[in-house]
Structures are given as C-alpha cells and as structure tokens.
Design a protein around this ligand. Structure first.
Ligand SMILES: *Cc1c(COP(=O)(O)O)cnc(C)c1O
Length: 360
C-alpha cells in the first residue's frame, strides 16, 4: 500500500552505533529519543537491544507505557522528556523511571503519587539556558537551588540530575559556554546539598557536533539524540554526521496523475488550501505528476526526491505536486517516487495513520 514509510532498521542501528561511539568518546551515556518515530515497535526493539543505549526517552507517557517492560527487561531505564501534565501523574510514576521537571506543584504531585505506589521516582530538574522553552531560567539560581532542595527532601523522589534543552524553540545553539553554565549549576547543587548528581544531560541532537570539536564540557555525562539517529544529521548546523545514513527512513508515494500543463495557474489568485497566497515561477509547459500523499501525511518542504531532477511544487491536504519534466525516469501512472526526509516530513509520516510503515 502507498504511501509508505520505509524504515531500514539496520541503518538506524548503524546510526546509533555511530552516536554510541561518539558518546563514549565524550564520556556520555545515551538517551535515545523515540517520540519522532512514534515509538514504533520494531525500532524500539532494536533500541532496547542496543548495547550503547542506557535510557529510552519519549515526550509521551503512552509511548513509555508501550515499551517500558521491554526496556526494563533489556536493562534500560525509561525517561519522560516533556514536563508531566497534572492529568498524567499516575502514569508518569508507573511507566517512567525518570521524568524531567521544572514546576514545584508537579514535583509535589509526583512525590505523593510515588508514595501511593510505594516507589521512588527519579526527577531531573530542567534548566533553561536561554532557548526559552521549558526549565527554570539559568539566572534564577535561588529558584533552582530551592527546587533541587525540594526534590532532594521529598521522601519518594530522587534528585537524579539536571538537564537542558536547546535548539528547539529559540533555535539557540549549544556551545561550550552555555553548557558550562549547566555544569556550574550542577556543581553548585552538589556542593550546597551534599549530593552527587547521576545525570547531567547536555541536550539533544544539536549537542552532538561539540564532541568532535572537543567542546562538550567534561561534566556533561548524557545526551539525548532523536533526529540525529533517525536522519543522520547534526541539527545545530544541519550538517551530516559522518558514518550515519540519511536514508534510513524514506517515503514512497504513487503517481495518480501525470500531465503536461502550464507552471503558472490561470485566473485570479486567491488563497490556497492553507490560507496562503501562493506565488509561481513561469517554467512554461511542464510535466506535472500528482502523488497520492498530502500535507496530512508529510510536509512538502521536508521532502527530498531521491532524483534531484525532480522539483517539489507543493501540496494540499492529500495531493502532492511534482515537476518531473527533467526526471531521470520516464514515469507512468502507478509508478512510485521515493524521498529522503527532513524532520517535519518524518514526524508527520510517522504519525499519519494513512502512511503504511514497512521495514527493511
Ligand atoms: C525532542 C527532544 C529531544 C530530542 O530532540 P532531537 O532534536 O530529535 O534530537 C531531546 N530532549 C528533549 C527534552 C526533547 O523534547
């Protein structure tokens, strides 16, 4: 069935091998992030059995629930990346060994629930180093110390570490300088509270590039790559990570119409399907292919045709348009076109129930 997401498990495994070797060099453990591939069962089986992985991390409690037993049997801990919703505290304590937190009210609720379940829940305090998504702002040292103290004092919580997330909202790039602030904060907590923090987690895929540059501060001992093992790229500068595959995930879709037509629409231009006013370059008469896939299943800007002579023209909810005038292959109706993916397209394809997942 088309459209399909082709998942090459061996290539994903190779990508994690590469990240594992990098992490080892930096003295870091690996939290492999499963959210963007919707915690796919077969991918998660591979991750659970991968010796370089210490933690299986996701932002959605439901995904942790799906694989928490498998992770535990393989000796991995489960980690909830998104701050818990008050609504899901019971499941967080049940299915996440560790959760990231920044709010006292949530921390108190976790402690109460952990007591009810008779367990110790591990809490990692989130520090915002300036990307301005989650975490206590790095300048508010007193608030950070108070929260750390609170977690440390809570009977059924364990202050497991501190963490930061960058390059997600504010697109701030991790550097030696900003990550050193995280390390300073870790030291301050350790000294003032007389504890040893198990995890000092220095970010997601965008921190990986620092390893080869020798610029990841020594005290950082964990990284949380997602996109980089799925698509093989460093997300700080968008470069490829050496030795990884960028085609471990591909989308294949089928041609449902193939016609020669003008490249500029005829008539008064209003709004497109998404309320935007499109602009068109005149390439004369072109061969236009329509694929049976649309914005509901992918992101047209994030689709990279394997044949670089194919031009992506755009998409509406369930149609994608290509200029195949100069394509290497002479297409017919029923032929398929393959694409490598950028993050947004991968996310939608993995999430769309209209996209079949097949494995290599
Ligand atoms: C999504 C997420 C990650 C993984 O990010 P990538 O850019 O896919 O590597 C890591 N940490 C947190 C907190 C996240 O939300």
């Amino acid at each position: 069935m088309y459209p399909r997401l082709i998942i090459d498990i061996e290539k994903l495994k190779t990508n994690i091998d590469v990240l594992g070797a990098l992490a080892k060099k930096a003295g870091c453990s690996l939290s492999i992030v499963t959210k963007s591939i919707c915690a796919d069962d077969k991918v998660c089986d591979m991750i659970a059995s991968h010796p370089a992985v210490s933690y299986m991390a996701d932002s959605r409690t439901g995904n942790l629930k799906k694989y928490c037993q498998k992770a535990h049997e393989a000796g991995k801990q489960t980690l909830l990346l998104r701050l818990p919703m008050m609504d899901e505290i019971e499941d967080v304590v049940k299915y996440a060994d560790i959760s990231f937190n920044s709010e006292i009210a949530t921390i108190e609720a976790l402690n109460k629930e952990a007591a009810r379940q008779g367990v110790i829940h591990k809490v990692v305090l989130m520090i915002d180093l300036g990307d301005l998504r989650e975490g206590i702002f790095f300048k508010n040292r007193e608030e950070i110390l108070k929260a750390a103290q609170k977690i440390n004092d809570a009977e059924n919580l364990n202050l497991y570490g501190i963490s930061t997330n960058l390059t997600c909202y504010g697109a701030i790039i991790p550097k030696f300088d900003n990550l050193s602030v995280l390390c300073e904060i870790a030291e301050e907590i350790e000294n003032k509270l007389g504890v040893k923090l198990e995890m000092i987690s220095g970010g997601n895929s965008s921190s990986v590039y620092l390893i080869d540059k020798g610029q990841l501060p020594d005290k950082i001992n964990n990284l949380r790559p997602g996109e980089s093992y799925l698509l093989g790229n460093d997300t700080a500068y968008g470069t490829r990570i050496e030795g990884t595959f960028d085609d471990a995930l591909m989308i294949e879709a089928q041609i449902i119409e193939l016609k020669k037509k003008p490249s500029v629409p005829i008539g008064e231009v209003g709004m497109d399907a998404f309320g935007n006013r499109p602009e068109f370059e005149d390439h004369g008469i072109i061969t236009r292919a329509i694929l049976g896939i649309g914005e509901q299943d992918m992101d047209a800007c994030g689709m990279i045709p394997l044949d670089e002579n194919i031009r992506v023209l755009g998409a509406s909810s369930d149609h994608m348009l290509l200029d195949v005038t100069n394509a290497k292959q002479q297409f017919s109706i029923g032929d398929t076109v393959k694409f490598k993916l950028k993050f947004g397209a991968m996310l939608k394809a993995a999430t769309s129930e209209y996209v079949e997942k097949i494995y290599k």
